[in-house]
Design a protein around this ligand. Structure first.
Ligand code: ZN
Length: 203
């Protein structure tokens, strides 16, 4: 009996929009429920992926609690809003995995060199065990090269959602993090997923 196929989804930048913080001038995760908004077209994209026979599994690094940007209670409120907004789009995730660790965490209990923080594949491997996934027939979709690396290490195909640039190509070379596909947005990523043939490597 072979396992299930899944789309392993990054959260920030894939499901929801990144937030620009003018002070100190960085792009980061939403720190409040109010800031949490879905990305354009994510509802139709996830419906397409699910209709193609893929489970929907979130695998997300969330060091914001460890860095004291928000409390775990606020994180849970954001999670509840995410589920509410996705439900409005007809989407229920099959599972959610989070890594709350960070090597420079301000809170000691999160300052762990864990096996789950992407680019390590721990969350994907846990998901495979819990949900009986066939990772070789699954796909990791993220907007960062850590997502690509985690996906590759878990034996998945990988889709990077990004605008290709000379800088990004250089980083891919430096990190040996070349995705199987690059999509400009989640709608394009969903279209790629529907063309992934089971059992056949298409690249
Ligand atoms: Zn972790």
């Amino acid at each position: 009996m072979t396992g299930q196929r899944a789309a392993l989804l990054d959260r920030d930048g894939i499901l929801n929009r990144m937030i620009y913080y003018p002070d100190p001038g960085v792009v980061d995760s939403p720190f409040t429920p109010k800031q949490f908004e879905l990305t354009e077209e994510i509802g139709p994209a996830l419906r397409t992926i699910r209709a193609a026979g893929f489970k929907l599994v979130l695998v997300s690094n969330q060091p914001s609690v460890a860095k004291k940007h928000l409390t775990m209670a606020t994180f849970r409120q954001i999670q509840a809003k995410m589920r509410r907004l996705l439900a409005k789009e007809g989407i229920k995730l099959d599972a959610e995995y989070y890594c709350f660790h960070h090597p420079q965490a301000k809170i000691a209990k999160y300052r762990v060199d864990c096996a789950c923080r992407k680019p390590k594949p721990g969350m994907l491997l846990d998901a495979a065990k819990d949900l009986n996934l066939d990772l070789s027939q699954s796909v990791m979709i993220g907007d960062g090269l850590y997502d690509v690396l985690a996906g590759k290490r878990a034996g998945c195909r990988t889709i990077l959602v990004a605008n290709l640039s000379a800088l990004l190509s250089t980083k891919m070379d430096e990190m040996d993090a070349h995705p199987d596909f690059v999509a400009r947005n989640v709608a394009e990523a969903a279209a790629i997923v529907t063309k992934l043939e089971p059992g056949v490597r298409t690249y």
